[in-house]
Design a protein around this ligand. Structure first.
Ligand code: 5RP
Length: 234
């Protein structure tokens, strides 16, 4: 049966937003699923919920402001209580590929700090092995050709991200190289090898140790909630 992915994303987002409590500092993710969470959070705020928020991209910041969510500077963040974001691929162990929307660095900074990192997605994001989705790698513009050569040595086919016929630039003024590995065998090893290349700022592999909860939504309104420790690919 055809699955309405937008509805599935909304149900996953709703389940995550329901866990947010008064007084929390909430990290806002980036992408279509995270945007549903931001909209639902705004709805709860209109209903009396009080939270503070930080955003992982200019896009999410703009959306939050438009919806009346109070954003605070990082100097005022004691700790992010919960970070809610989508993913491009999720494996059996809860390793992720993120950065399809180009916000991987800011997303990782927030997710790393958060006491709880809730991943929200529709079931199409679940895979047995990461790598069919090209892995986004944020790189500095200087020496681009040299950085690309080092990435290629790791066994991928690369493409420099382009948007609207222009080289894509991240919110941090960097570039994104999408690295097609087809199948990633040892996630941690690849993560470390990429980040060891000078010129690389960050890569889109989010290791399983970061994720505390995965929520998969289905278009019939049901959700599957898996805590990181007990989660198994179904
Ligand atoms: C943005 C991301 C997104 O979370 C990821 O691309 C999933 O997007 P969507 O929720 O639109 O499917 O990492 O950088």
């Amino acid at each position: 049966m055809f699955e309405n992915l937008q509805k599935s994303k909304q149900y996953a987002a709703a389940e995550a937003v329901a866990t947010v409590q008064n007084g929390m500092t909430v990290g806002l993710g980036t992408g279509s699923t995270a945007s549903y969470a931001i909209e639902l959070l705004a709805k709860r705020i209109r209903g009396g919920l009080f939270i503070k928020a930080v955003a992982s991209s200019f896009r999410s910041e703009d959306l939050a402001k438009k919806l009346g969510i109070q954003l605070i500077p990082f100097s005022e963040v004691d700790a992010i209580d919960v970070y809610i974001d989508g993913a491009d691929e999720i494996d059996n162990d809860l390793n992720l590929i993120k950065g399809g929307g180009g916000a991987l660095l800011r997303e990782k900074i927030l997710a790393f700090d958060a006491k709880e990192f809730i991943v929200i997605a529709d079931s199409s994001k679940r895979v047995e092995n990461l790598g069919r989705f090209p892995l986004p790698v944020e790189v500095v513009p200087f020496g681009l050709e040299l950085t690309v050569k080092q990435l290629q040595k790791l066994g991928c086919t690369i493409s420099l991200r382009v948007e609207d016929n222009k080289t894509y630039t991240t919110d941090n003024g960097n570039l994104v190289i999408d690295c097609d590995f087809k199948k990633i065998e040892i996630v941690q090893q690849l993560h470390d090898s990429i980040n060891n290349i000078p010129g690389v700022v960050e890569n889109g592999l989010f290791l399983k140790t970061m994720v505390t909860k995965l929520i998969i939504g289905y278009n019939n309104g049901s959700v599957e909630v898996n805590s990181a420790r007990s989660y198994q690919y179904a």
